[in-house]
Design a protein around this ligand. Structure first.
Ligand SMILES: Nc1ncnc2c1ncn2[C@@H]1O[C@H](COP(=O)(O)OP(=O)(O)OP(=O)(O)O)[C@@H](O)[C@H]1O
Length: 253
């Protein structure tokens, strides 16, 4: 029975590009305040699932319901953090301006953000530990710092569902800590968080639930039940795994 009030419900969803399915029969339910790790090898369909939840790619069959609405109707309450290296670092924009962009969906693209919006953006930047870099040009920051700025932009949007695509890739330890702290604070405020990652240690650290994907779903449930050698072997193939004792420490993408 579908649960009204869920942040995200995916029922038997198939997602295809030009008629070719890349994800089939995906079923998932995410509650407010729940953190989910999307795990699977390169090309597994993690980004595709995130795009479908954002309403950027339509489902070919089945349904995706976001905050009891269609993905497109829910966009105002959904924030997306892309990989930092997908943005052009040469773009002449300050860190504060990037974060303020998180307010545009709230205030509307035609209205100028006001004092309250600037205050919310400053707080968001503080939450990721970069308040002192507000005036710096975005492109002069390190990759990890840029990733934190993109998370601050998402926090400023005050989302009820946050989607992050590989936020820890190539990120230094300090930035990783700052990202984890800010994600925990959002969860505390009741936001649901979906993180695509290859990093199983971080999935254990940051997430309640894991979703194993590779063309279809190999597991969905509490991280300790799902990130098992057997299910990871089924998802990745055994050559990709490095085990220490009975625990998988690395799954090569
Ligand atoms: N716009 C597109 N048109 C056609 N095929 C696509 C498109 N985008 C992705 N694909 C294909 O869909 C499959 C899933 O890709 P996707 O990017 O979702 O995987 P992923 O799990 O995010 O991989 P990675 O970890 O490498 O980012 C791949 O086979 C990819 O080539």
């Amino acid at each position: 029975m579908a649960d009204a009030g869920a942040a995200l419900r995916i029922d038997r969803a198939t997602v295809a590009y030009d008629g070719t399915p890349v994800l089939q029969d995906v079923n998932a339910q995410v509650q407010p305040g729940e953190t989910v790790a999307l795990i699977g090898p390169n090309g597994a369909g993690k980004s595709t699932l995130i795009k479908a939840v954002l309403g950027l790619v339509p489902v070919a069959s089945g349904t995706i319901t976001v905050l009891d609405r269609s993905p497109v109707a829910a966009r105002r309450d959904v924030a997306y953090v892309p990989q930092a290296d997908t943005l052009d670092p040469e773009f002449p924009i300050s860190v504060a301006q990037v974060v303020l962009m998180g307010r545009y969906r709230r205030v509307g693209w035609l209205r100028r953000p006001g004092r309250t919006d600037r205050h919310i953006a400053t707080e968001a930047l503080d939450q990721v530990g970069l308040a002192d870099r507000a005036k710096a040009r975005f492109g002069t920051l390190s990759g990890g710092q840029r990733q934190r700025v993109l998370l601050a932009r998402a926090i400023a949007q005050r989302p009820r569902l946050l989607l992050l695509d590989e936020p820890f890739n190539g990120v230094d330890a300090l930035s990783q800590d700052a990202l984890l702290t800010a994600i925990a604070a959002l969860k505390q405020q009741g936001a649901a968080v979906v993180i695509s990652t290859h990093d199983l240690t971080l999935a254990h650290l940051a997430c309640d639930t894991a979703c194993l994907l590779n063309g279809h779903m190999y597991g969905f449930g509490p991280v300790h039940d799902v990130l098992t050698p057997d299910l990871l072997r089924a998802t990745y193939g055994s050559q990709a795994l490095e085990l220490r004792g009975d625990r998988v420490i690395v799954a090569r993408p």
